[in-house]
Design a binder for this molecule. Structure first.
Ligand code: MN
Length: 211
């Protein structure tokens, strides 16, 4: 009986100490710097319901731009309550022929659900296999972490989708922006991509690159 009591005591101490190490949440202190481990926590005494609510996805994004599309993120920088929880969202709006060009999220896989219209989406694997599908309302597609992928409105009307990521900060790197929207010299872009100089200069002009 005494052994059982001691055992119970040990177990309850173990449980209470492990509980002491866990926190319900760590709302981002977005004034600090984000790190691979996330933002530092805002003082819990100052946390309110507003920290766990984000209303930025209810409005359609502005699609009057070069891609005729908009990505509205609900990542940790916009939505501090996500910090440390391993997930986030975004809203995609695509006018007819609008496109979210080839891009990757270095930090997360993505799952997309179409709410309106028809979206042709696809990704390319590390083995360069292509996986493409046209999705309609209620249909879902997943894009594995780090792989290049795209979404294109192939319907006749406005298309809209919500995406979710398994990181509060999935990152977003757009292939054409990486190649043509910065000051990487055109000669180096040509040498590393095998594209014609004239095409490189044209795309740098369109996307705001130089060099
Ligand atoms: Mn994506």
């Amino acid at each position: 009986m005494r052994m059982i009591r001691i055992l119970f005591l040990v177990v309850s101490i173990l449980f209470s100490s492990s509980n002491a190490l866990t926190q319900d949440f760590c709302v981002a202190d977005v004034k600090a710097v984000d790190t691979p481990a996330g933002y530092p926590c805002k003082n819990p005494a100052h946390v309110t319901a507003e920290d766990f609510v984000f209303d930025g996805l209810k409005m359609s994004g502005n699609t009057t731009n070069i891609i005729s599309a908009a990505v509205t993120p609900a990542f940790v920088a916009q939505f501090p309550g996500l910090n440390g929880l391993g997930l986030s969202m975004a809203r995609l709006d695509l006018a007819p022929k609008g496109v979210i060009p080839f891009h990757t999220h270095p930090g997360a896989s993505e799952i997309l659900v179409v709410l309106r219209g028809a979206i042709t989406a696809g990704f390319v694997s590390s083995a360069n296999s292509v996986y493409v599908k046209t999705l309609r309302k209620g249909e879902v597609m997943v894009f594995p972490q780090g792989l290049l992928h795209f979404q294109l409105n192939t319907g006749k009307s406005h298309a809209n989708a919500f995406v979710s990521f398994n990181s509060p900060n999935p990152g977003l790197q757009i292939l054409d922006f990486a190649l043509f929207a910065n000051n990487l010299p055109s000669s180096l872009v040509g040498a590393t991509t095998f594209l014609d100089l004239a095409q490189i200069k044209k795309l740098k002009g369109v996307l705001g690159g130089s060099g």
